[in-house]
Ligand binder design. Sequence first.
Ligand SMILES: NC(=O)c1ccc[n+]([C@@H]2O[C@H](COP(=O)([O-])OP(=O)(O)OC[C@H]3O[C@@H](n4cnc5c(N)ncnc54)[C@H](OP(=O)(O)O)[C@@H]3O)[C@@H](O)[C@H]2O)c1
Length: 319
Amino acid sequence: MKAAVYERYGTVDELRIEEVPVPVPAAGEVLVRVVATSVNLSDWETLRGSPAYARTSGLFRPGRRILGSDIAGEVVAVGPGVSRFAVGDAVYGDILQRKGGFAEYAVAHESELAAKPAELSFAEASTIPQAGAIAQHGVARGRPGDRMLVNGAGGGSGMFLIQLATAAGMHVTAVDNGEKLAFMQSLGADDVIDYRTTDYTRSGPYDVIIDMVARRSMFAYRRALAPGGRFFMVGGTTRALLRALTLGTLIGAVSGRRIGILAVGEGPEHFEPVAAACVAGDVGIRIDSEFGLGDIAAALSHHGEGHALGKVVVRVAPE
Ligand SMILES: NC(=O)c1ccc[n+]([C@@H]2O[C@H](COP(=O)([O-])OP(=O)(O)OC[C@H]3O[C@@H](n4cnc5c(N)ncnc54)[C@H](OP(=O)(O)O)[C@@H]3O)[C@@H](O)[C@H]2O)c1
């Protein structure tokens, strides 16, 4: 089968399309013929090996040669003991820990997958698992009437979170680069901030902050929070992560606020509610562009260069 492989951490120049063996599903696993897969920031991070916590598969060299987490496709083989799926089922899910989605076939544990709703195309379904789970966890940290700020809101997770939070009655301030401000408003954001010109930690205060790309000091986050406010880091620098777990916890405790990490659970229960909202028409899926598997480097570059308004999808096979 064809797959996008890489041997060293680096830029998209490390990626090349190779013929590799089709993986064999072990006990509890299924083999999926991938129809579509979407690009997440975690793919970029694992390609670059930065932040350092993206090197979980290998400190100096990637232990897994194929990236790609969000997959949607058809089950073509099942391993021993699989009970939830059979050959021919249309499925989608996030294989963040094992990866391997940027390929014609990928293996997933059956617990990582859900049955694809017939109302969604494979491309649409591939946009939901990782970003939808993050958004679902993010909105659960707010309450109706809260002033919620989402930093990095113009990306995949933000696309879902803006819609879920405004529907839940929160006042949403969305932060991203200037090219994405109108896009975020079209999703329902009440206020928008361009991170290239304005420091959001000097605005507010906010009851809840969800930060997809945290890199500021814990004192800055404390400043932006209202009394009783909560800050949750989803992604960002290793330094911000370590500080959130140490100094942030302390600063939060002594100031009557909370600073911590948003640990996002994996599995269908975390993303299926978002898919249901999409099927019901309450949440819209915006696909910025589609690329072929052979153009994987261009797909990642397009996502990384700051122009994508919505998810970037890699189409591996026709619908
Ligand atoms: N906590 C968990 O359990 C968990 C689980 C899975 C994934 N994650 C993490 O979740 C994060 C978000 O993923 P995603 O796929 O939603 O990302 P995404 O689609 O790339 O969106 C991130 C957005 O942030 C913007 N941005 C970049 N630098 C910024 C800055 N300094 N200030 C404000 N915005 C900035 C980007 O815009 P530009 O185009 O300008 O760069 C982009 O629009 C990733 O770091 C991923 O590793 C966390």
